[in-house]
Each structure stands twice: as C-alpha cells, then as structure tokens.
Write a protein of this length. Structure first.
Length: 168
C-alpha cells in the first residue's frame, strides 16, 4: 500500500522523530560521551587572560552553537533556520580556528566539510521539501555532530571544561 499526500508527511515526520530520538538519546547525547559540564568554560579558566582561556571560551561558544543545531526539528519550512545556525557555527569555528593556531586542523577541516554538506542539504530542503530532503538534512546533521564531537574532544585536552558533551 502506497502512502500519499498528508499521510506521507506524517509517516516521514514520525520516522524522522524516531531517528532524532535515537541520535539524541544514544551514548552521551548528540556530541559524544562524557559528563555534561555544569559550569561555563570561562568559570573554569584561570583569572588572567591567556591564550588557553581564549581558546576555551571559543570552544564553549562553538559547543553552544552546535547545541542549537541539535534542537532543530527538521522538516519543511526550517531550511532558513538551519542556514542561520550553520552560519553561526561557522563564525564560532572561525574564531576557534584563529585562536587554536593550527591545533586540531584535521578536526576543524572535517567540521567545515560537514557544515558545507549541511548547507547544501538545507538548500535542497528549501527548494524541494520532501521526505528525501528531510532525510538528507538529518544525515548531514549527524555528520556535523560527529565532526563537532571530534573537534571538541581534541580541544578538551587544553580545555577540560570544553568536553565533547554539550551542557543540558
């Protein structure tokens, strides 16, 4: 039996919701394992302004921006929200990259590549709001989450409070 019309969107929404629930409730949440930090990165940083404290502040800002993407309910009509969130993550990533001075280059490059894929998927969703384009955005979000987790894990060596797990 083929599902058509509004029922098709309902089926797609239920399937997508189940997929997002699995991603969000998997081991350690969307951005990897570890315990959530109850404080901010700047509270854990030394009182004097050092390169490490600036790096940690940028890592915390990036984590917060990535967390915004986690809360997007993917579906028709949210492409602009996703594009805005991608631009915010790119901005935070650029600030972190500038402060990192070459540290974690592989991880920053991977996140940039995944953000480009998400941008393309969001554009596809805007142009053709279908179950396939919703699935494409969901897949791209998983890629961003994985790359973000890897980058935050690499930075957490210098910033333990910037663990790969987003604060809830």
């Amino acid at each position: 039996m083929a599902v058509t019309g509004p029922a098709r969107w309902a089926v797609a929404a239920v399937a997508l919701g189940a997929g997002l629930l699995v991603v969000a409730c998997g081991s350690g949440g969307l951005y990897g394992g570890g315990s959530a930090s109850s404080g901010s990165a700047s509270a854990a940083a030394p009182p004097s302004a050092s390169p490490t404290s600036a790096l940690c502040e940028h890592a915390a800002a990036l984590r917060a921006s990535l967390d915004n993407l986690k809360h997007v309910n993917v579906g028709p009509g949210v492409a602009d929200e996703i594009k805005t969130d991608v631009a915010d993550v790119r901005s935070k990533l650029n600030a972190l990259t500038a402060e990192a001075h070459g540290q974690a280059q592989a991880q920053t490059s991977a996140l940039k590549a995944e953000l480009a894929k998400l941008q393309t998927a969001a554009s596809d969703l805007a142009a053709n709001p279908s179950a396939d384009s919703v699935a494409g955005v969901t897949t791209a979000l998983r890629g961003v989450a994985g790359a973000g987790s890897s980058l935050l894990a690499a930075v957490s060596k210098d910033c333990p409070s910037a663990s790969a797990s987003p604060s809830m």
